[in-house]
Design a protein around this ligand. Structure first.
Ligand code: NAD
Ligand code: TDX
Length: 346
């Protein structure tokens, strides 16, 4: 089986590539990634020499390149992870999000359709998406697979558009598709523009911890390895044409989460209790900041038996340890263009 994974040099994509390359030696995994600021081949160092893995530097909006790859590998399946993924960047540069997330997804679907010629036996287009397509919750309730789409940032609107286009290919051309919508991930290789790795890096370097607004926004956090295990289960056992929500049942306000990070890091860094918390700095709120995301993942649990395996305190401890042990990775990704981005943001 030849599988195309897009965006495999990014955060979630690299964990997905690693899982599939190691767990399924009979699958050949081709990873196409444009290596934007978020793509990093260092995320895949441990598997880059495996015989069932091939990397191709390329853009998912490049129809000619996709055609060449489909001709060469006759892919059975596509696991589509590539995206512009950071909400703050979508506020300053929405067109990049439309180009990759909307046009890129449509280009990929079109390439698959052209290559498969309506013969969909054993074929699958799996789209990895986000809970942000459902909009923002109040203090109660959960997103289910039936929740109406209500995206509110350029990022989430672009992901919602791509979900709709994937479903359109299912209904119109009968292409076998699956979609999963996951809550906030955390873990190793997370780019330090997102809240958790940004705060870990700033605590290490004694820099301010920027909390948007009052820090009362709520996110549902899931360890990235649990996310890719869910993708594996859905890929192999999920029903074609269906959507699955993936979540951690693990809600935290941003301020409580950052205080937990500070607490654990004071211990790990040998600092006095309360020292890192002093770095907390309230800053201007994100425009259109969604208040709360929370996933009801009971369909995935009841139908496919998936549940998160790791408690948050353990997952966050593992994550902090990874960043403390991988200072070279952290220093490399936080130099150069990152510094310009950071200075422009905070
Ligand atoms: P990421 O930003 O870390 O990685 C994205 C990868 O895609 C990078 O390697 C980048 O180089 C590549 N890429 C970007 N544009 C490309 C293009 N035009 N052509 C080819 N490659 C391109 O993102 P992530 O956090 O790993 O997210 C992966 C997917 O999961 C995204 O679709 C995102 O919407 C979704 N998702 C993320 C989260 C989360 O918490 N991070 C949660 C739910 C869903
Ligand atoms: O410096 C910060 N300060 C802050 O208070 C940053 C970067 C974030 N925040 C807040 C905004 C959010 O309420 O923390 C929360 C988490 O922010 P992010 O890490 O940027 O994640 P979020 O905006 O929730 O989106 C993430 O989850 C869903 C991913 O980036 C998306 O790709 C995914 O689809």
């Amino acid at each position: 089986m030849n599988i195309l994974i897009t965006g495999g040099a990014g955060f979630i994509g690299s964990h997905l590539v690693r899982l599939f390359v190691n767990k399924y030696p009979s699958y050949h995994i081709v990873n196409i990634d444009a290596l934007t600021y978020a793509g990093n081949l260092a995320n895949l160092k441990d598997i880059e020499d495996k015989s069932n893995y091939t990397f191709v530097k390329g853009n998912i909006t490049d129809a000619a390149l996709l055609q060449t790859l489909f001709d060469k590998y006759s892919f059975n399946a596509i696991l589509h992870c590539a995206a512009e993924s950071h909400v703050d960047r979508s506020i300053t540069d929405p067109l990049a999000f439309i180009t990759t997330n909307v046009v890129g997804t449509a280009t990929l679907l079109h390439a698959a359709k052209n290559s498969w010629h309506g013969n969909y036996d054993g074929k699958l287009f799996y789209h990895i998406s986000t809970d942000e397509v459902y909009g923002s919750l109040g203090d109660t309730g959960f997103f289910t697979e039936q929740t109406a789409y209500d995206p509110r940032s350029p990022y989430s609107a672009s992901k919602a558009s791509s979900d709709h286009i994937v479903r359109a290919f299912y209904h119109t051309y009968h292409m076998p598709v699956k979609i999963s919508n996951c809550s906030n991930n955390y873990g190793p290789y997370h780019f330090p523009e997102k809240l958790i790795p940004l705060c870990i890096n700033n605590i290490i370097n004694n820099k301010p911890l920027p909390i948007y607004g009052k820090g009362e926004n709520v996110r549902d956090w899931l360890f990235v390895e649990d996310h890719v295990k869910a993708i594996d289960v859905i890929f192999h056992n999920g029903k074609v044409g269906e959507t699955y929500n993936i979540g951690g049942h693990n809600e935290w306000t941003n301020i409580a989460l950052v205080k937990e990070l500070c607490k654990q890091m004071d211990i790990k860094l040998g600092r006095t209790a309360g020292q890192s918390e002093k770095l907390i700095t309230y800053v201007t709120d994100r425009a259109g900041h969604d208040l709360r995301y929370a996933i009801d993942a009971s369909k995935l649990k009841n139908e496919l038996g998936w549940m998160p395996s790791l408690q948050f305190e353990e997952g966050i401890s593992k994550t902090i340890d990874w960043y403390l042990e991988n200072t070279k990775w952290l220093e490399e990704v936080t130099s150069g263009n990152y510094l310009k981005y950071y200075e422009g943001m905070y």
